[in-house]
Design a protein around this ligand. Structure first.
Ligand code: FCB
Length: 454
């Protein structure tokens, strides 16, 4: 059977600034919410920070050589907002911009398309002090930042991504408080969601002012599976299914319906504060939804696993319980490995959004495993190869079914700073020894290279 993927399909890998760059005070970079969050208290499993991470800021040439050797034709990275605007406002910091200038040029020299994410959760600290994403002003500051970046790099970046996973940033950072900025807005997390979406819409226009490159957003999609207490779908009750629908509204549709359908989704009535999303008021102002639904060139899909959901067992702040899904292998993170979930997700996005769905990219897909080296020092990460190969097959199946997927980005090029897990969860195609910064490609790197070549 002929390969259904188009010849210009983008095969890439993805990273983010705080997780790899280090050099958090170099060349005028200001502090971000993740700097203080990792330094204060014990938020990170192994007590580490991103101060050094993969030292990519200094070693980016070596990392670009790894990308070139891997044979990818696209590389998704993020810009650290506090490098560009150290205090979140004002003119661009030339030294910060110069780093991304060098990075972008060295990618292009190797024939690799730069895919730049503007925001992967590292808000300048001064903006947090002014309310962060709870404040409407932050959306306008984000657009200012987008304009600076577009003027500097807009002639060479090939695909823009405004936000990374506003759902995770809202839920983990501003609801449970286990990510920066560590807020627990149980009564009203929705301003954080709305202001990110508004910032996205404003940024789309700001990017287009100086750049012809297409613009996307990278959303996290976690398909909601109603399961019974035993983790099986077959034992789910009507209450479990209602809870799964609420989860789907809160985690998935909340960040896609306004973009593509120009409205907030149904199904949020069980969440405190959600009434503020209905109609126009001091939060959702006239014109906001039109701004948010500014035409998107592409939709980025980050997929790791479905979520097992059941009816709430306690009167907590959410109208659902998370439940373990049984019957699938799991990664070192404990996440179920469900490659068909990616195919089903892509097909269901196509069904739900139909003619308004733009091209899609799988902007993150990957897994963490323990990655113990063999006696020869080689990392034979067969489980990662099986994971990725299953997910690439799922993309092929979706494309064969008529879903417009234009690229696939493995998370991640390098083992890196995995947020609250610190350095304990490795997602890289390339192993990093964090004591020496030595990079060692794993077997999955050779596998991905062969796949791209073929
Ligand atoms: C995603 C994040 C990314 C990385 C992977 C494992 O949710 O976007 O930074 O942490 O998970």
């Amino acid at each position: 059977m002929p390969d259904p993927l188009p010849p210009d399909f983008r095969w890439g890998v993805a990273t983010s600034a705080y997780q790899i760059e280090g050099a958090t005070t170099a060349d005028g970079r200001g502090p971000s919410i993740w700097d203080t969050f990792t330094h204060d208290g014990d938020h990170v499993a192994d007590g580490t920070t991103g101060d050094v991470a993969c030292d990519h800021y200094r070693r980016y040439r070596e990392d670009v050589a790894l990308l070139a050797d891997l044979g990818v034709n696209a590389y998704r990275f993020s810009l650290a907002w506090p490098r560009i605007q150290p205090s979140g406002t004002g003119v661009g910091n030339p030294d910060g911009l110069a780093f991304y200038d060098r990075l972008v040029d060295s990618l292009l020299e190797r024939g690799i398309d730069p895919v730049a994410t503007l925001y992967h959760w590292d808000l300048p600290l001064t903006l947090q002090a002014a309310g962060g994403w709870t404040a409407r002003e932050t959306a306008y500051r984000f657009a200012d930042y987008a304009a600076i970046v577009s003027a500097a790099l807009g002639d060479r970046v090939r695909l823009w991504i405004t936000l990374n996973e506003p759902a995770i940033h809202t839920i983990y950072g501003h609801f449970w408080g286990m990510h920066a900025p560590g807020l627990q807005l149980f009564d009203d997390p929705f301003p954080v969601a709305h202001h990110q979406l508004l910032g996205h819409g404003l940024a789309v226009a700001a990017l287009r002012a100086d750049s012809a490159a297409p613009v996307a957003i990278a959303n996290n999609y976690s398909p909601a599976w109603a399961v019974g207490p035993d983790g099986e779908r077959g034992s789910a009750t009507d209450e479990d299914r209602a809870a799964a629908d609420a989860y789907d509204a809160f985690h998935n549709r909340l960040y896609t319906d306004p973009l593509l359908l120009c409205r907030y989704p149904d199904g949020l009535h069980g969440f405190s504060g959600a009434d503020r999303l209905a109609g126009e008021n001091d939060l959702v102002r006239p014109g906001d939804l039109a701004t948010i639904s500014t035409w998107l060139d592409a939709l980025g899909v980050n997929y790791y696993n479905p979520a097992g959901i059941g009816a709430p067992s306690w009167p907590g702040p959410l109208p659902y319980d998370m439940r373990l899904i049984e019957g699938f292998p799991t990664t070192y993170f404990g996440w179920p490995v469900v490659p068909d979930g990616l195919r089903d997700l892509l097909v269901s996005l196509r069904q739900r959004y139909a003619h308004v769905l733009p091209d899609m990219y799988v902007t993150e897909s990957g897994c963490s495993y323990e990655d113990v080296p063999g006696p020869d020092g080689i990392f034979e990460d067969e489980d990662r190869i099986a994971y990725l190969s299953g997910h690439v097959d799922a993309v092929r199946a979706a494309v064969a079914a008529g879903v417009p997927v234009r690229g696939y980005f493995v998370w991640s090029l390098l083992d890196n700073f995995e947020w609250t897990e610190g350095f304990t969860k490795r997602f890289g195609l390339v192993h990093v020894d964090f004591a020496t910064q030595r990079r060692t490609p794993k077997a999955s790197y050779a596998w991905y290279r062969a796949l791209i070549r073929a």
